[in-house]
Ligand binder design. Structure first.
Ligand code: SAH
Length: 347
């Protein structure tokens, strides 16, 4: 396994079987230690000890989709639905900008009525904060829609593929959604010129090691600028309420492996990691991640944007507690910087 890790670090694309064997060794302490050290080393070469921050604004929890894992699925009648106004979003940006954020991430459900609203909001942020990056994470749209957001001033788009295995995709989504369209959306986003992010959940129901290997091979082909992974966490009002949460150590192992396969990628240490463990965000950075996305949403939005149970929203994952987060990150040998943090070699 050590040889295989070294080969991957030298740009070798492993076969599916090699990946399966490697992923299955995640609980072997020697292999885990080796892959983590390798990932940290590669991360240092590309990003030194820098950690980039993004201000996450959860703009709407209306969603027309009914994904079986997600708490804000349209079938969940217990959600207090909200949609932030343009003024509320701009207020969050203002607070964030004063704190030192140079990237705003607007995330939401697939809110069906939000097209012109998105364009107007993006234009306003672009006008008020010309030095900031605008990231969108609003799900599957048409080419024309993606292009209109891009022309309004958005720079980046996050769209996890969720799982690259067709049979597994169909177990996680109702049949009006397709893996083919998800992947097509990712190709369109790259074509348009977005810095594009993809990724998947670790430990989602029915996931096998082979599914994870397929995810890594798909990412190796797609070569996204950003790769976000986080543990699946069950939500009580979904069909997957009784499924166990994803595994913390496996998630960290995969962050390290993804760092080795994508040396220059922007890899967030996600909120879901932190929901599993109080120190999850620090463990993610120590495994090879280089981005953190503190929550800039107004308090009511944070409470109602419940993708999964026990989502943390009152500690220093909140953007307003950035100073505390900076100290924590410093205590593990890294440094939060106030840069846009664009993708490496991105023109
Ligand atoms: N509507 C947007 C944003 C979705 S929320 C889109 O379709 O891309 C962002 C991510 O949260 C999803 O891509 C999914 O990977 C993750 N997520 C959703 N439910 C989750 C759960 N129960 N546990 C962990 N992550 C979850």
């Amino acid at each position: 396994m050590i040889d295989l890790i070294n080969k991957i670090a030298d740009s070798y694309i492993p076969s599916k079987d090699e990946l399966i064997a490697l992923i299955d060794s995640y609980d072997n302490p020697q292999i885990c230690e080796y892959i983590t050290a390798k990932a940290v080393n590669i991360r240092k070469q590309y990003y030194d000890n820098k950690v980039y921050i993004r201000g996450l604004i959860e703009i709407s929890n209306y969603c027309k989709n009914n994904c079986y894992y997600c708490g804000i699925r349209c079938g969940n009648k217990n959600v207090n639905r909200y949609r932030l106004s343009e003024a509320e979003i701009l207020k969050s940006c203002e607070i964030g900008y004063k704190l030192g954020f140079k990237t705003f991430v607007l995330q939401g459900g697939e809110d069906p009525i939000c097209d012109n609203y998105i364009i107007d909001v993006v234009k306003s942020i672009r006008y008020n904060y010309p030095d900031c990056a605008i990231t969108l994470s609003l799900g599957e749209k048409s080419y024309e829609q993606y292009l209109s957001y891009y022309e309004a001033g958005a720079n980046r788009y996050l769209l996890r593929h969720e799982t690259a295995t067709l049979k597994h995709y169909e177990k996680l989504h109702p049949n009006n959604l397709s893996l083919e369209n998800r992947m097509k959306c990712l190709d369109m986003l790259k074509d348009i010129g977005y810095q594009t992010g993809s990724g998947f959940m670790v430990g989602s129901p029915y996931q096998t090691t082979e599914n994870l290997a397929n995810d890594l091979l798909y990412l190796a082909r797609l070569k996204p600028h950003m790769i976000g992974i986080g543990p699946f966490i069950s939500h009580k009002d979904t069909p997957f309420a009784k499924f166990p949460n994803g595994d913390l150590r496996l998630t960290l192992f995969l962050i390290s492996l993804i760092r080795i396969m994508h040396p220059s990628a922007l890899i967030p240490s996600t909120t879901a990691l932190r929901t599993l463990s109080k120190e999850g965000h620090l463990l993610g950075i120590s495994a090879g991640a280089n981005v953190i996305m503190p929550n800039l949403s107004p308090d009511d939005a944070k409470k109602n944007y419940t993708l999964y149970d026990n989502k943390v929203y009152s500690g220093n994952e909140a953007a307003i507690h950035l100073e505390e987060l900076k100290k924590e990150i410093q205590s593990i040998g890294y440094k939060i910087v106030a840069h846009r943090g664009d993708a490496f070699n991105y023109n």
